[in-house]
Design a protein around this ligand. Structure first.
Ligand SMILES: Nc1ncnc2c1ncn2[C@@H]1O[C@H](COP(=O)(O)OP(=O)(O)O)[C@@H](O)[C@H]1O
Ligand SMILES: [Mg+2]
Length: 274
């Protein structure tokens, strides 16, 4: 797999001296789907912003598509790695949704029908086609989040970072986010999500990076992570609900999904133990 993003022993401190991440190393391949999980303040958002060049490391090196981010501007890096802010209000600055979505691809040099196509496609996928003429500030938070997502999608980056995309979303919103992730996967884009929603990870991601107190404390497949109870405890995370239930019932296998739960529950030896 082609490497797209690489962190070599990266630390980052804010201008006030506060160290947000320390000695972080990781590699993300083109087309990979990675979830970063951990408590508030663990350093997830800072890691994401270092990934897309908003911040440059204080120590160590970050490479995006083979280029050290120190030798590139934020604008150059963010063409490759799009970041959707945790809070859409940090990202949105136009007075209508259309202009907001159009801004990124326009900056990339798209014009005419190609530009329009990008705006409409991103709006459609994000479920905001009916709001193109509206002022984003008149829309609810959950819809503003989709406006922010659409603005980034329209740029067609090789990697997308979604910071807490499911926060404040209802079932319909969750389904839209699931569709966006599926569509990006089908196009072979890398997706990195930061999330507190373990079920969202089970449903949509393969690899899980666990952060605690400025560091990566584990980086492995989701089944391995969600059944590594010491790591979860260290990061103050809970197993996904079904895994937790399977653990309580002492079911066989490291259950993640509903059908696995049912199968494991039906196995005679499992039932006897219960
Ligand atoms: N702009 C900032 N200036 C100074 N410290 C910050 C700033 N933003 C975040 N921090 C601090 O950096 C640490 C990591 O924060 P963050 O990356 O936002 O964590 P997470 O996304 O995991 O909640 C926290 O201790 C936080 O208080
Ligand atoms: Mg955060």
């Amino acid at each position: 797999m082609t490497e797209l993003i690489r962190f070599d022993d990266v630390s980052f401190a804010y201008p006030n001296g506060h160290v947000a991440i320390e000695n972080v190393s990781l590699s993300i391949a083109a087309g990979e789907a990675v979830a970063i999980v951990g408590q508030n303040g663990a350093g997830k958002t800072s890691t994401a912003k270092v990934m897309n060049g908003l911040y440059k490391p204080s120590k160590g090196d970050v490479t995006v598509a083979g280029e050290n981010t120190k030798s590139r501007t934020t604008a150059q890096i963010s063409r490759k790695v799009g970041y959707v802010f945790q809070n859409p209000d940090d990202q949105i600055f136009h007075n209508d949704v259309y202009s907001e979505i159009e801004f990124g691809p326009k900056t990339l040099g798209f014009t005419g029908s190609e530009l329009e196509d990008r705006v409409y496609a991103a709006a459609e996928l994000s479920g905001v086609s009916a709001q193109l003429d509206e002022n984003p500030y008149n829309l609810p938070f959950s819809t503003r989040k989709f406006v922010a997502i659409a603005s980034t999608l329209a740029m067609g980056c090789e990697a997308f970072i979604l910071d807490e995309p499911t926060a404040g979303q209802d079932l319909a919103g969750m389904e839209t986010i699931g569709r966006i992730v599926e569509s990006l996967k089908a196009e072979g884009r890398a997706i990195v999500t930061i999330t507190h929603d373990m079920q969202f990870v089970v449903d949509n991601f393969e690899r899980v990076v666990v952060m605690a107190n400025k560091h990566i404390v584990a980086d492995a497949g989701k089944r391995e992570i969600f059944w590594n109870l010491p790591v979860l405890e260290e990061a103050m995370l809970k197993q996904p609900y079904l895994s937790e239930l399977a653990n309580e019932l002492q079911l066989d296998g490291r259950v993640l999904e509903l059908d696995e739960f049912v199968q494991s529950f039906r196995r005679p030896q499992a039932v006897e133990r219960v």
